[in-house]
Structure formats: C-alpha cells, structure tokens
Design a protein around this ligand. Structure first.
Ligand SMILES: *Cc1c(COP(=O)(O)O)cnc(C)c1O
Length: 355
C-alpha cells in the first residue's frame, strides 16, 4: 500500500487528536561523523502536548478516542513512581477534562517518596490522584503488580457504584485500542526519510510493555518496507513483552485496520528483540546507559533517559561499534521520551562525571 492508503485505513477509528504530528526526523551530525553511520532520531519525545512527550501519547490518542465515545470520566492506571505512561496519560486526560487515578508501586524498593520529583512532580502539579503501593521486603515485583491490579479493579467498582464511568489501563497503558497508533508513526518515518532522500536500513527502539512494536511491524508490512526493526528490551520477560505477545498484538492491529494479516510466521520472523541491554533489571541504571546519556547530551544536546531510551540507545551504539550495523549504513533511532526521569535524582540517573 501507499502511505496515503494506509492513512485511509484510520478514517473510521476513534481518535482524539491532541499531539503535534508529525514529530521531526533529525540527523545527528556529530554522532554520524564519529561512528561512520548516518544516524537519525525520530523525535517522539516531542509529541506534545507539553514538552514532556513520549511514545505512549500516540496510543493514548486512540484510547481516549474510544473512552470519550463511551462516556468514560476516570482513567485508572499504574506504574513505578516515575511512570512515564501515567504522566503522559494524565496530560492528555487533563486536556480532555478527564481525571486520572494512579497506583504507583515501589518497583525499586526505595520506600514512599519524601519529595516530589521528575514525573511524580508533574503528576502532582496536574492534580492527578496518586496512591502509593509499597513493596514489602520479600514480595516479588509481580506480586506487588497483582495487588495494584486488584486495587484498580476495586476503585473502578467504587466509582461505578457512585454512578461514574471508569476504565482501567495496566502498566504502560497497554490497551488494544492504542496499538494501531504506531502504524502511523512508522508511516511518518518512511515518508520523512523519503523526503530527505534517505533509505533507512535500520530502525532501533526501546521495547517494554510492547505498545509500540506491534504497530511498527504492521506498518512495515503494510508499506512493504525493508527497514530492519531492532528492538532493545528494557527488562527481562515478561516485564518486557516477548516475541509471541508482540506477534499476537500485531495480528490484532491488522484486525482493527480491517486488513488481512500476513502469515503469523512471517510476522514472527520480523521481530528482533535483543535482551542484552537492560542491565541488572528494569529501571536499575546501567553503566552503559549512563555513558550513553552523557555522550548524547555532550555530542548532540539530546536527552535520553536511564530506564528506556538510554538503554535502547546504548544497545544501538553497541551494534554500530561491533559492526553488526555496517559502516556507511543509514539507521534511525525512535526516541520514545522519558527524560523526565533525569529530574528524579542522581540515584535514579546513575553516576555523572566531568569531561
Ligand atoms: C514505555 C516506554 C518505552 C517502551 O515502549 P513500549 O510501548 O512499552 O514497548 C520506551 N521508552 C519510554 C520512554 C517509555 O516510556
């Protein structure tokens, strides 16, 4: 299909337009010269509506489209104290006159925050209702998460008894309504690179809850693109969605667009998730990510974060250094946002050193 034909598939899909699209596709000149690879960044950290954008925003446009059509007033979600998705959801909800309630879990066992910082500060400024869910010693992350899901279900019931309509969204605002969004992001990348006369060989990005990759895969098939998508996992499975989950979601994207999906094996074969770069665990700063955060800031004035885009970009650079991405090739990195975490304190960011 042509990009225009792909765009037409979205005509009947509910969507609340809130973002500044298309986001820029920008060349990193200094880094390109340094590594001998043409490096581009798709700036989905700049989706809007505020300067603290990110990849969840695109999905949220479609989730809110569906929610508004159903008269939803409250969105209830969860994440770590520094949740990007919860902060992104709150921004979009406030712009639509909707309320958010977040159950924030102590993923790193730091205890209840004594100060509002980073995304937590932004959430508090926006008037989001925040509940803390502590993680007692010896409780697994999974168990805390299950307790959060129970608390969210209970809250929804409570609101419904009071005559309100509420929708629960799990970590990463993972909802099938949202997965189509990244078909359009992929389409933007293809259109922009063509306008720039660039033929991309690779598209790298950080993958977590798996809300962006299914749409990009579908976009790749729909546009018959031979860009190789390489996904750097930011957590071990199942915190980072695995190949099977991603394949099933890509099939769901085709269903929602009303297009026959390719064979599931063909989809599966295009999924390249690399599990080598999350470091110790999800959200634990890694040396490589800290180095990458500083390299990008110092070479390009570009900010990536310790949890997602820093680990993803560190993986991308390792592919270049090791020659897995050949010199002279053209590669893009999808910047999914998250730099709010840089304002959460040094313990979160990792060590900072002088030049
Ligand atoms: C959520 C998130 C990701 C991962 O995207 P998924 O759609 O969950 O796979 C990457 N980067 C940032 C900054 C995020 O907030």
């Amino acid at each position: 299909m042509t990009p225009d034909q792909v765009g037409k598939l979205f005509e009947k899909i509910p969507r609340k337009r809130l973002l500044f699209l298309p986001t820029p596709l920008d060349k990193l000149e200094n880094l390109s010269a340094k590594y001998g690879v043409d490096i581009y960044v798709k700036r989905d950290d700049m989706t809007g509506p505020s300067p603290y954008g990110g990849n969840k925003m695109r999905n949220i446009e479609f989730i809110l489209g569906a929610g508004l059509a159903n008269g939803i007033e409250y969105f209830i979600s969860t994440g770590g104290y520094q949740t990007n998705s919860g902060m992104e959801l709150t921004q979009c909800c406030r712009k639509c006159g909707l309320k958010t309630i977040l159950y924030l879990r102590d993923t790193l066992r730091e205890g209840i925050p004594s100060e509002y910082r980073g995304n937590l500060l932004l959430n508090k400024i926006m008037g989001c209702y925040v509940h803390y869910v502590e993680r007692p010693l010896g409780e697994s992350r999974r168990a805390t998460q299950v307790r959060c899901l129970e608390l969210m279900a209970k809250k929804k019931e409570e609101l419904e008894q009071q005559g309100h309509k509420a929708m629960v969204l799990p970590s990463g605002v993972v909802a099938s309504e949202g997965w189509v969004a990244y078909v359009l992001a992929f389409k933007e990348i293809i259109e922009q690179s063509q306008q720039m006369d660039v033929k991309l060989d690779y598209l790298f990005h950080s993958t977590g809850s798996g809300g962006s990759l299914p749409g990009m895969l579908a976009g790749k098939f729909l546009l018959n693109s031979d860009v190789k998508i390489i996904s750097i996992a930011v957590a071990p499975p199942p915190v980072s969605a695995d190949q099977y989950v991603i394949r099933d979601r890509a099939e769901e994207v085709f269903r929602r667009l009303g297009v026959e999906a390719p064979h599931r094996e063909a989809i599966f074969n295009e999924i390249n998730i690399d599990w080598h770069f999350y470091g110790e665990d999800y959200a634990v700063p890694s040396q490589e990510a800290s180095e990458t955060i500083m390299e990008l800031a110092r070479e390009e004035g570009l900010f990536v974060d310790p949890v997602y885009s820093g680990k993803g970009f560190a993986g991308f650079l390792e592919y270049i250094r090791s020659g897995k991405v050949l010199k002279g090739s053209q590669a893009a990195f999808l910047h999914t946002g998250g730099a709010g975490a840089l304002f959460a304190g040094e313990g979160f960011t990792g060590k900072i050193w002088d030049d």
